[in-house]
Design a protein around this ligand. Structure first.
Ligand code: CTP
Length: 259
């Protein structure tokens, strides 16, 4: 179900099967699309992200049997009906939404192209042209991934994206370590808005994997499989104490409880 228009933060559990949890049992939060940073009520700064990768990830995760919360900036993509959809138009709203859903997720995938800057003082009414140069002062937005890394527990998986036009692997690997991520998906500007893309993926404990000119659906499936593997490894080496068991424990964590 689609909710018409974008309220600032709009949550919409869309089907009765949103509580379905797979054998692997991950609750995955995925962000998608490019945020909009308003200059005045009708004009904004944004980027060319189509949201395709984030939505492909949501579909792949659902297909693999996971529970998905898709936090999405405006896109033309059709939301998967089995996901919980949370609409977040700006970086600030996306940050609020991630903070709200983070504590009960097993995996956060930040596929959104979050604006790095936002106007310091958006005009309350439509700006009129003056014929003069216009300077808009920008301030940094909150780094959502950085916040998530500071609040992750031992089993939660964090996946970031890096869009780089040069030194792809070196810069992406720097991000992987600096942002304390478990996996980084690196791609080039050519990937924006395209159906197919070339991506390179690195997890903390494995070599780079290159996926060349593949449909975003195929890449998404691979990313979800890698996240499952990381999560399985974490939960196997780190069984939850009784107090940490989530209210709807997955079959895997139940095994820890009763074996
Ligand atoms: N990201 C985020 N919060 C922001 C900006 C980006 O969580 N305010 C996330 C993106 O969703 C992406 C990752 O950080 O998963 C990389 O974003 P990117 O903008 O490429 O990295 P930065 O560290 O902001 O550095 P730069 O833009 O200089 O490359």
């Amino acid at each position: 179900m689609l909710v018409a228009g974008y309220s600032m933060l709009d949550e919409c559990p869309v089907s009765g099967i949103k509580n379905r949890v797979s054998r692997i049992g991950m609750r995955i939060v995925i962000t998608a699309g490019g945020t909009r940073e308003y200059i005045d009520p009708v004009r904004y700064i944004s980027n060319a992200s189509s949201g395709r990768m984030g939505y492909a990830l949501a579909r792949a995760a659902l297909k693999a049997g996971h529970e998905v919360t898709l936090i999405t900036a405006p896109t033309a993509q059709e939301p998967p009906s089995e996901a919980t959809i949370v609409k977040a138009e700006t970086a600030a709203r996306m940050f609020e939404a991630v903070k709200k859903h983070f504590s009960r997720c097993d995996c956060l995938i930040m596929a959104a192209a979050v604006a790095d800057y936002t106007p310091v003082r958006p005009a309350p009414t439509k700006l009129k042209k003056t014929g003069q140069n216009l300077t808009i002062k920008l301030k940094p937005t909150p780094d959502i991934l950085k916040w998530a890394a500071e609040h992750k527990n031992k089993t939660r998986i964090l996946v970031g994206f890096a869009l780089e036009d040069k030194a792809l692997r070196a810069r992406a690997e720097k991000k992987l370590h600096e942002k304390n991520l478990d996996m980084i998906v690196a791609n080039c500007p050519a990937a924006i808005g395209a159906d197919k893309s070339t991506v390179q993926i690195k997890t903390l404990d494995s070599a780079w994997v290159k996926i060349e000119n593949a449909a975003k659906s195929a890449t998404a499936k691979k990313i979800i499989a890698l996240a499952e593997k990381l999560h399985r490894r974490r939960t196997d080496s780190c069984p939850p104490r009784p107090a940490e068991v989530p209210e709807r424990a997955s079959p895997r964590s139940r095994r820890f409880l009763f074996s």
